[in-house]
Design a protein around this ligand. Sequence first.
Ligand SMILES: *Cc1c(COP(=O)(O)O)cnc(C)c1O
Length: 482
Amino acid sequence: MAQDINPQLTLSKEEMQQYGYKIVDHIVAHFDTQNDKKPVALASREEMDSLLVEDVPNKPSDPNTVLDFVLDQVIPHSNIVSHPKSFSFVPGPSNYVSAMADTIATGFNIFSGGWAASPAAAELEIVTMNWLLDIFGFPTKKGGGIFTSGGSMANLTALVTARRIKCGQDFSKAIIYLSDQAHSSNIKAIKVIGFKKEQIRIIPTDLEFKISLNKLKNAIAKDRLEGLQPFCIIASAGTTNTGTVDPLDEIAKICKNEDLWMHVDGAYGGAAILGDEGKQLLKGIEKADSLTVDPHKWFFQPYEIGCLLVKDHNWLRGTFSEKPEYLRDVEGNESEINFYDHGIQLTRRFRALKFYMSLKTFGLDSFKKAIQYNLELAETLEGILRKSMLWEIISPATLGVINYRYNPIGKNLSEAQLDAVNQAISHQIVSSREALLVTTVLQGQVVLRMCLINPRTTLDHILDTLQQCELYGEKELAKIEA
Ligand SMILES: *Cc1c(COP(=O)(O)O)cnc(C)c1O
């Protein structure tokens, strides 16, 4: 049926209701049944082209036809990152309350850039930011921060701030330090802000994947002797590969002695501070000048919400505030924060709302319990793998991450054979679509990596996947022995 041209882009009240209810029903069904689905989506460019490519639609279509097409043909072709067998990368466990909160924020299209446009949105960003400052031992009066699209933008925001405060206008001699296990978004951010390769020092890690303090100190000293200007150390608080936390207290000491900015990238692991193991490992995180955490990872938020915390909120304002004439009338007083002055974006969605609503609804104690469960689940798995004849631990359970490989006792496989077998196991399990379990490379070895931050993942889900891996492993061994 041909639709009328609709220049006001509206639906009738009844159409909106029916349309919206249908979407909610589908989302609820997804939350209810996702465990029974397969977490992996596989599709080639050709397949997606043939399904989705079309010319720009000049004429209107029936809204329900478009919606049904999306629900049937688009949404199923994505990995289910909140599936209990989605073990790879950093899963996105999410939660329903936050998903609905995002719907509210979008439905009301709240502009979360300046105080005058949305005082309550700005206030909720201040309030939730204070909760985070408190959780991480940052000062709540003086400290501050900003919600970003994710950890990458938080790291970028931090480095721009660090550079202004430590180097001012001239950063031609500035040098920045980070480990070979630091997240790639940091290097990206360093490039974005215009540093040359020669200004980056990638410090090797030790056998436990922590930054080598000795090599770090050597590098700083040598750079000083050459007349360069060391200005910032990026410490990892939970590397994505192994969950390893750099020695934060020692790095804080170096930063203090050398007058360097201490940025901690806790995008992955920061949330673990709510669990016992995390609290121990993350000691010293409160000494950072700036800290990235990523609520859309282990604080169970849907994409996109990252966060940068800083010791002094004036650092952000001093770095990002510009005063264009057309914003003259909306500046307000100092305490009424315009978040466009604290970061890169002017127009921003109301990200704080989902964090606020989910924390209020479930309570921080629920988050703590979930994170404690995740930490213990990884340790339980480590215990099981240690006692197995088939598996070898490559990096122990650390902040919910564990790396291991198939290496049956008595088979004496070469390193090349082990790499090939473990790659094949991962390949076959992903091809089966039963679990998302991919490899990483640690000290030159191909290993399977599990990141267990979904509170709905049970030990049975894991054992089920292990068993499947073992069958594939056996098959590969038989091929080698044949
Ligand atoms: C995921 C991650 C990032 C990047 O965060 P995004 O939200 O993906 O932009 C940065 N650092 C670490 C340690 C991460 O795990």
